[in-house]
Ligand binder design. Structure first.
Ligand SMILES: *Cc1c(COP(=O)(O)O)cnc(C)c1O
Length: 370
């Protein structure tokens, strides 16, 4: 039986057109028409004023923190329920992650715990420098509440929308609420450039600065002149060609992933011990991965192992960062929500390229457990 993956690349063939063009015109470098074209496509799609295509989502988060002035010893508020790539760049800057737990409706950062943390950090003598919000599994965070807290305490917001391109909150694209927004085009994301990312902002000065930093921070001069530390974080024109082809089908990919979610929901309706996260009113998730919550760790593991036997990949939800050996020493504002989700939750195969027969196989695999 062929292996069913969690989320594999789904190309159309149209990508090849842009890649061939890059070869034919010898634009084989980390700049060129595809890089510019992809940035325009992303601006048009999200409604953001400016964009820079970068080598990864992680690089985009790192540059964002630099531009927000995050330095050694500064504190950055961040969701604990996320992938490590959200938090690692805080440590690249030798800054301190302050980990915040989730709320139960969207599984994203709790606005209540965020405010509690800010008040407590200030009382302890330091005002946090930035907030990183994550829209996990493509579900928008509670933006109104979170942005109100950020505004009240005047702390800039960076949106890690690595998993959330195509998702909207009250018809506005994720990534456009904060000062800066990040997308990832890794091979497992909803659209891909094999590896890559993008940074968006409604303040073009940020993007100008990001491109400057991402291309080794060269001052204006005929020779190579540097007055700041630079990085090699720009996207290749070849990979941007893949991205342009993928942007053409992004809406289709979102629809397909949402259909996968609906399929599982319908087929597993009879099982009281499997539940799905609902979209609150005004939230439009891209359903990058369909996630289920089971009754217990035991049942979750039973399902996961049963699927593994059938050559089907599934995966526990992200292990919260405050439980990770590398981050457990840092301050955390926790009410148990993300740990509970981690114990009971499972990601199911969700690729837009899965056939109905594949999806049926997953459902049959789950049903066998009960
Ligand atoms: C994938 C991902 C990233 C990192 O993106 P890369 O392009 O792989 O560097 C960051 N945050 C989250 C939540 C992700 O899922």
């Amino acid at each position: 039986m062929n292996k069913i993956y969690l989320s594999s690349p789904h190309l159309t063939g149209e990508e090849q057109k842009y890649v061939t063009e890059a070869f034919d015109t010898n634009w084989v470098a980390p700049l060129g028409p595809n890089v510019n074209g992809l940035e325009e496509d992303i601006c048009k799609y999200t409604g953001s004023k400016s964009c820079s295509a970068l080598s990864s989502g992680t690089a985009a988060i790192h540059l964002s923190l630099i531009m927000l002035g995050v330095e050694e010893g500064d504190e950055v508020l961040v969701s604990t329920f996320t992938f490590s790539a959200t938090v690692n760049p805080i440590r690249y800057q030798k800054a301190i992650p302050i980990l915040i737990d989730s709320e139960k409706d969207t599984w994203n950062m709790s606005p209540i715990l965020l405010e509690e943390a800010i008040i407590d950090r200030k009382a302890k003598g330091q005002k946090p420098k930035a907030i990183i919000l994550v829209h996990l599994y493509g579900m928008p965070s509670k933006m109104e509440e979170l942005m109100a807290v950020a505004k009240k305490y005047d702390i800039p917001v960076l949106e890690d929308a690595a998993e959330a391109i195509g998702a909207t909150y009250k018809n506005r694209a994720m990534g456009t609420f904060g000062e800066l927004g990040v997308f990832s085009f890794n091979g497992n994301k909803i659209i891909t450039t094999s590896g890559g990312g993008a940074l968006i902002s409604n303040k073009p000065d940020y993007i100008k600065k990001a491109i400057f930093l991402a291309t080794q921070a060269r001052d204006e001069a005929a020779h190579y002149q540097h007055s700041q530390i630079g990085y090699n974080y720009r996207m290749s024109n070849i990979l941007a060609g893949i991205g342009r082809g993928q942007m053409e089908v992004l809406d289709n990919r979102v629809k397909a992933r949402r259909k996968v979610f609906e399929f599982y929901k319908k087929k597993l309706k009879a099982f009281d011990n499997i539940t799905f996260v609902k979209e609150p009113k005004g939230f439009y998730a891209n359903r990058w991965l369909t996630t289920i919550l089971t009754d217990s760790f035991k049942i979750r593991e039973k399902i996961r192992l049963a699927l593994e036997k059938e050559n089907i990949e599934s995966r526990p939800l992200w292990k919260p960062m405050h439980l990770q050996p590398i981050f457990q020493e840092f301050p955390a504002y926790i009410d148990g929500t993300s740990v509970d989700l981690f114990n009971r939750g499972l990601c199911l195969p969700s690729g837009s390229n899965l056939s109905n027969a594949d999806l049926e196989r997953v459902v049959e695999g789950i049903k066998k457990v009960f």
